[in-house]
Write a protein that binds this ligand. Sequence first.
Ligand SMILES: Nc1c(NC[C@H](O)[C@H](O)[C@H](O)CO)[nH]c(=O)[nH]c1=O
Ligand SMILES: CC(=O)[C@@H](O)COP(=O)(O)O
Length: 170
Amino acid sequence: MIVKTDSQSKQRAPRGKLDARVLIIEGRYYEDIGDLLLEHAVAALTERGVAYEHIVVPGALEIPQVLIQAANWGLLTRDAANGFDGVVALGCVIRGETSHYDIVCNNANHWMMETAARHATPVGNAILTVDTMEQALARANGGKGADAANACMQLIEIGRAFETRRAGAV
Ligand SMILES: Nc1c(NC[C@H](O)[C@H](O)[C@H](O)CO)[nH]c(=O)[nH]c1=O
Ligand SMILES: CC(=O)[C@@H](O)COP(=O)(O)O
């Protein structure tokens, strides 16, 4: 059985409870934005009964570093005691006067996604990369945190469907 993603099904598939544990890694550079992203992400996880742990770092550049540390300690698997089935990344990068915006955005996203790919870890990404606080507030209020949580949970389900298929149980 292949789990249909929202983009494939005509309407949002009903989502039941999901036995999983997710690590929320938050680069909390803007408190108000962080509160909104976290609120929506936690609501989406809680709606499906998914357990979560929440680690806060100073900014987006530290997000992939936490992911890499979790990988190095063998925690990006449910097979490990207290391991994680997936990760939700929350953050907000707002362009300033210099090129530092590009450094932060490019490296935070590149190394996070590279680590996710290397370890086949489901990662939902809500690191906002915007030009103004108004843009950030609109997206944080609009549920980008929930989108990232839902993406992570769908990837977890897809991985489990593949595992079942590989075991020949389909
Ligand atoms: N300007 C923003 C940053 N900058 C900080 C870096 O992410 C990092 O914490 C610092 O360079 C120390 O290593 N971070 C954001 O998340 N958002 C920004 O707008
Ligand atoms: C994304 C950033 O690092 C940014 O906030 C830094 O601002 P500035 O480029 O004006 O130093």
